[in-house]
Design a protein around this ligand. Structure first.
Ligand code: R5P
Length: 279
């Protein structure tokens, strides 16, 4: 049985189409802003699907309240499927006095959930903070399937070395070459990138990253590829966090932008629901 919170409502129809049985949830806000949650069913084992995009804190609180309600109704085993895990980038202390925020959220969820499944965690190492079983799911197959025809015999690039494995995973499914850019961040909104060690001339290229936020990384990479004589340039990411204006900025610089639906956005064209239904 599956229950969704308001951070999973956008996935509900497809979950049903793919045969998922849902426990209905009622989620409202009290006049003072607190959340009201009610689960209209129960089961011994329940998977709660809740992505924690903005408003992040509300979605996290809902995850906890849904779990408490399910335990109250007798659930014995709870799995959290959190397609986008908020606070995942706050994974270290940079100034004395700061928390390791991702650890704090994982520990809080661990008091209720036995298992945690996330998509493309920013730093997969942080999954060790979850006290139970924690799994990092890959959207590589879904991304590859979406772009297979558009790319032809093109290539897949990561915008930086750290994202190289992601590019490899997509490229391997497509049977294509892959590589990466050398990227240097010079300010929160500016990146300097140096060309890759592959010949992009005349080739369609797919750039793959985990997150698009301001879009600066992708725009810079796409412009470089055009200067280098690439054919069509496509951009994909797992999580479209998108700061204001980012969708337009990236869309204007590339032939197509598509992200997965871990976060609902106008360009969330690649579904991760089939991966969830395999769990
Ligand atoms: C960085 O480590 C991430 O993988 C992304 O490359 C980054 O979050 C993208 O940010 P932006 O869209 O602001 O360039």
């Amino acid at each position: 049985m599956i229950a969704v919170g308001s951070g999973g409502r956008h996935l509900e129809d497809e979950i049903k189409i793919l045969g998922g049985e849902l426990i209905e949830t009622e989620i409202k806000k009290f006049p003072d802003g607190e959340k009201y949650v009610r689960v209209l069913g129960s089961a011994e084992e329940v998977t709660v699907v809740q992505s924690t995009f903005a408003p992040q804190d509300e979605h996290i609180v809902e995850l906890i309240l849904i779990a408490d309600a399910l335990r109250e109704r007798g659930a014995e085993r709870l799995r959290a499927v959190v397609p986008y895990f908020a606070y995942s980038r706050q994974d270290r202390v940079t100034k004395e006095g700061e928390p390791v925020s991702v650890r704090a959220v994982m520990r809080a969820l661990g008091t209720y959930y036995d298992e945690l499944y996330v998509f493309d965690m920013h730093n997969p190492e942080t999954l060790k903070f979850f006290p139970g079983k924690a799994v990092n799911l890959s959207p590589a197959r879904a991304i590859a399937d979406y772009f297979v025809e558009r790319l032809g015999d093109g290539l897949v690039l990561a915008p930086d070395k750290g994202a190289r494995e992601r590019a490899r995973a997509v490229a391997e499914r497509l049977g294509l070459e892959f590589s990466h850019f050398e990227k240097e961040r010079i300010s929160p909104t500016e990146v300097r990138m140096t060309p890759v060690d592959v010949d992009v001339r005349g080739k369609n290229v797919l750039i793959v990253d985990d997150i698009i936020s301001t879009g600066g990384t992708m725009v810079r990479a796409a412009n470089l590829l055009k200067e280098m004589g690439a054919g069509k340039v496509f951009v994909a990411a797992t999580h479209g966090v998108f700061a204001e204006g980012a969708i337009e900025r990236v869309s204007n610089a590339v032939d197509e932008l598509a992200v997965t639906n871990t976060i609902p956005t106008p360009v969330s064209r690649i579904s991760i629901v089939p991966e969830i239904m395999k769990l």
